[in-house]
Design a binder for this molecule. Structure first.
Ligand code: HXC
Length: 259
């Protein structure tokens, strides 16, 4: 499939998606959001792909939703816009395989929200994060008030969203917003290395871990633990569980087949 605002490639079992609106710092318009949604729908059924990397390229991740487009929206149109962002980002978050955001430069507003829909975030030393919507007279509308609080806690989330301030990568790391800082020239290579490592893990177990963690942050601990037990038990119906445990006992590296 051809995309107007995305570059898409596959390297072995890793899919690489690059946001591609460089003239406007990868500002997210309705079209790029629909393209992302469609592509992630397609990736959900692509058994060849084990891990997804989402990047904005070497200069910028994304400077947020398209401001000129938003300027004249009615409340109803704004709600429709937010609903489509939510649907796309929920699709990314619930993908049945890990998604790594590889971030250089600005990840602001909807760009920061997009990165938070991914499972893991690695960023360059010059990456910058923020939810500056307050300075436009609005608030985050693509899940930022919810995902940021879950990632960094309510206090830091309020600090970032109320002030609209932009933080650097070391600060984002200290808040727990990102997982790792890498040199700019190593960004994609490091993302691929991480992706390759995850692609060698048993995919059914990885998917179960993702579902249990994502579900668990939305429910009380007992309900989350109950779901965890069911996921844990189901994994004993996979060949990969037998392979993993046999390989340990036979002192060899496990060869997971994904079944
Ligand atoms: C549309 C944008 C844009 C955006 C940048 N551009 N951000 N266009 N929407 N969000 C455009 C600029 O207009 C400019 O176009 C070009 O990209 C380069 O940007 P500059 O501002 O000249 O670059 P620089 O001086 O380096 O400043 C970078 C920046 C600044 C700090 C990132 O661009 C900025 O503050 N952008 C807006 C960030 C923001 O407020 N994001 C939140 C949006 S609200 P021209 O044609 O002039 O060269 C949001 C809500 C999501 O995301 C919820 C949706 C439901």
């Amino acid at each position: 499939m051809d995309y107007k605002n995305l570059l898409y490639s596959k390297e072995e079992n890793i899919a690489i998606i690059t946001l591609n609106r460089p003239k406007v710092l990868n500002a997210l318009n309705q079209e790029i959001i629909s393209e992302l949604h469609n592509l992630f729908d397609q990736l959900a059924g692509d058994e060849e792909v084990k891990v997804v990397i989402l990047t904005g390229g070497e200069k910028v991740f994304a400077a947020g939703a398209d401001i000129p487009f938003m300027l004249g929206l009615t409340p109803k149109q704004a709600e429709e816009l937010a609903t489509s962002f939510h649907a796309a980002f929920d699709r990314i978050e619930s993908l049945n395989k890990p998604v790594i955001a590889a971030i250089a430069g600005f990840a602001l507003g909807g760009g920061c929200e997009l990165s938070m829909a991914c499972d893991l975030r690695i960023a360059t030393e010059d990456a910058k994060f923020g939810q500056p919507e307050i300075n436009l007279g609005v608030i985050p509308g693509a899940g930022g008030t919810q995902r940021l609080s879950r990632l960094v806690g309510v206090s830091r989330s309020k600090e970032l969203i109320y002030t609209g301030k932009i933080i650097d990568a070391p600060t984002a790391l200290s808040y727990g917003l990102i997982n790792e800082i890498v040199k700019a020239e190593d960004l994609l290579a490091k993302a691929k290395k991480l992706a390759k490592g995850l692609a060698s893990k048993p995919p059914v177990a990885l998917g179960a871990a993702k579902r249990a963690i994502n579900y668990g942050v939305e429910v009380d601990k007992n309900t989350g633990n109950c779901f965890e037990r069911q996921c844990f038990a189901l994994l004993f119906s996979t060949q990969d569980q037998k392979e993993g445990m046999n390989a340990f006992l036979e002192k060899r590296k496990a060869e997971f087949k994904g079944n």
